[in-house]
Unconditional design. Structure first.
Length: 456
């Protein structure tokens, strides 16, 4: 049974107080993980100061604007600020001075050799080292390779400070719900008392807490992401097989997913996994294993299947354009969806953008719509979407299109008016549905052709 305090509906009306257990926390980095962590810990009654080096982000947050799309986040940020439990400041140092426990939630992007780049973590650790309170606990919530707890200790050079690993498993799009209703909390520490201080922060959240050594906690995070990526690659490979043998992947997924040993989640075929975590974490997992003398060939295969899946989607679009040789000069592609999945504005490592980049390389022009890019583009969006014509209504992508493609599973695309869509193209064109979101029968009834993933 989950603690009834933590449904998203409840988030809209109250801050769940636990004043007798209130701890002063700092969160370094206010991105998807840091902002959610800070807001949720404030929501359960702790006092949280969040620091970020991005002046624009801090200014937006202090003006009451949430810089990312994340369901329920705005409500708990506003409530917690109004209750005096959540503050935003510029810089890591300013955030940590009074904190008993400090969460590092900074990026760990992919380095040149596939390993995780720890420079943000090291920089943040160096910034906070001189100002940390004696006895403070520093928590790595960023996804960091095995040995990072010790690496942070080395940068801090503070014998009076403990470093603990507490990897985060939230999903973008449901980050608040996931943080407040986790399947488990993992805490890795060489010091039991420090681990228990971190565990106590989650006291009002009804979930198993696993206390491990740091290396196991760090491995759990990568192994979890690797396994989830494997499930998606597996179902994409099965979808390719379904196309070859004439089977229907939806029926196959029903058939295998209802086996409780397998489970139906993460068995949805698509254009390949992407986003800010799976691509970098799967490669880092291979690299960590390699660095320790193990050839994780299964994970290499998972990555290869994902690369193949992107190529398969590109081949479908090329075929739909009738360009057997692959030259797409003069071909206009109408794209529905840009983000790596629905429910988020995150464009990092989006399969949609990888496919679009390749289509443009082959000579196509691309007109795209996404519900998160209808307003003024942020500086980041403007850079990433440079060269793509971004429109503000879904149906507009069809004007003059030679091929249509569904890249993101936004619910509004499943309800799109197919007759109007068909009326906007000059001739019957194919909809390449990389998410199996649309009903093929209805698409064809509207006068369009249909090509999905692993189904007819
Ligand atoms: N995004 C997810 O779904 C997710 C889920 C679980 C774990 N993670 C992991 O959590 C970590 C953070 O991911 P994210 O998606 O929240 O990243 P993000 O890029 O959205 O946010 C990181 C923030 O850290 C700030 N920052 C960088 N250096 C700083 C410093 N020295 N002081 C203060 N702020 C600093 C940046 O300005 C940015 O706002 C990564 O290791 C990631 O792998 C992410």
């Amino acid at each position: 049974m989950r603690n009834s305090c933590f449904s998203l509906e409840d988030v809209t009306d109250s801050v769940c107080g636990m004043p007798d257990r209130r701890v002063r926390l700092a969160v370094v980095g206010t991105g998807y993980v840091g902002l959610t962590t800070g807001a949720c810990f404030a929501h359960v009654g702790h006092h949280v100061v969040c620091g970020d080096i991005d002046e624009r982000k801090v200014a937006l947050l202090n003006d009451g604007h949430i810089p990312i799309v994340e369901e329920g986040l705005e409500a708990i940020v506003n409530q917690s600020r109004a209750a005096g439990l959540l503050e935003f400041v510029l810089g890591a140092e300013a955030a940590v001075a009074d904190a008993d426990i400090v969460f590092l939630c900074v990026p760990t992007p992919q380095g040149d050799d596939g390993s995780a780049d720890l420079s943000y973590i090291q920089q943040a650790a160096a910034q906070i080292a001189p100002v940390l309170k004696p006895g403070a606990v520093v928590v790595n919530k960023s996804t960091v390779p095995v040995g990072s707890t010790v690496a942070v200790e080395r940068v801090l050079q503070r014998d009076d400070v403990f470093v603990v690993s507490n990897p985060e498993f939230l999903r973008e799009g449901t980050a608040v719900h996931d943080f407040l209703n986790p399947d488990r909390v993992v805490i890795g520490s060489a010091d039991r008392a420090a681990a228990e201080r971190v565990a106590e922060l989650y006291a009002t959240i009804d979930t198993p807490i696993l206390i491990t050594d740091p290396a196991s906690a760090e491995t759990i995070k990568y192994a979890a992401n690797g396994f989830l990526a494997m499930k998606i690659s597996f179902v994409n490979a099965v979808a390719a097989m379904c196309e070859a043998v004439g089977a229907d992947v939806a029926a196959v997924v029903d058939g295998i997913g209802s086996d409780q040993r397998i489970g139906g989640q993460f068995l949805r075929p698509g254009p390949g996994w992407g986003g800010s975590c799976f691509p970098k974490d799967s490669r880092a997992l291979v690299k960590i294993a390699e660095d320790h003398g193990y050839n994780f060939s299964m994970m290499r295969g998972v990555i290869d299947v994902n690369d193949e899946q992107l190529e398969r989607m590109i081949a479908k679009i090329v075929a739909a354009a009738g360009r057997v040789g692959g030259d797409l000069t003069g071909v206009a592609v109408g794209a529905l969806g840009l983000t790596f999945k629905a429910g988020t504005d995150d464009l990092r490592e989006s399969p949609a953008l990888a496919i679009i980049a390749e289509l443009r390389q082959l000579g196509a022009t691309v007109r795209a719509y996404d519900p998160t890019t209808v307003g003024e583009l942020t500086p980041h969006q403007a850079v990433v979407l440079d060269g793509i014509e971004v429109v503000t209504r879904a149906l507009d992508v069809a004007d003059g299109a030679d091929v249509l493609a569904v890249f993101t599973e936004w619910p509004e695309f499943s309800k799109i008016d197919l007759d109007q869509l068909a009326a906007r193209v000059d001739r019957p064109v194919t909809v390449v549905d990389t998410r199996n979101l649309l009903d093929p029968v209805l698409v064809r009834e509207a006068g369009l052709e249909y090509d999905g993933v692993g189904r007819r």
